[in-house]
Design a protein around this ligand. Structure first.
Ligand code: SF4
Ligand code: SF4
Length: 95
């Protein structure tokens, strides 16, 4: 799935939404604030954190300021120390 996403970017499909990714600070917080603001209900609960389904996210950005611990980033803006959470979101979503 990651490769397919990169292929689409390279293909110049500018209207494809950039998935948002939930990273480490969600663990131990999990307050669901992001879930409450997501217009397409693409944020789901896993055992240790919430995750965003990358194929359902419409790139609206509403969840980013809603998170009290700054756990949410666009895929391209995930801090280097948390890039493993990109694959984790995809894996949890099963894509
Ligand atoms: S960017 Fe928008 S659609 Fe995507 S997870 Fe956040 S609130 Fe939901
Ligand atoms: S708002 Fe932030 S801490 Fe709360 S569930 Fe969403 S990602 Fe996790």
């Amino acid at each position: 799935m990651m490769a397919a996403w990169s292929d689409r970017v390279r293909g110049g499909h500018e209207e494809v939404a950039m998935p948002h990714i939930i990273t480490e600070p969600c663990i131990g917080t999990k307050d669901q604030a992001c879930v409450d603001v997501c217009p397409v209900e693409c944020i789901y609960e896993a055992d240790d954190q919430f995750y965003i389904h990358p194929e359902e996210c419409i790139d609206c950005g509403a969840c980013i300021p809603a998170c009290p611990v700054d756990a949410i980033y666009t895929e391209e803006d995930v801090p280097a120390e948390w890039t493993s959470y990109i694959q984790k979101n995809y894996d949890l979503a099963g894509v």
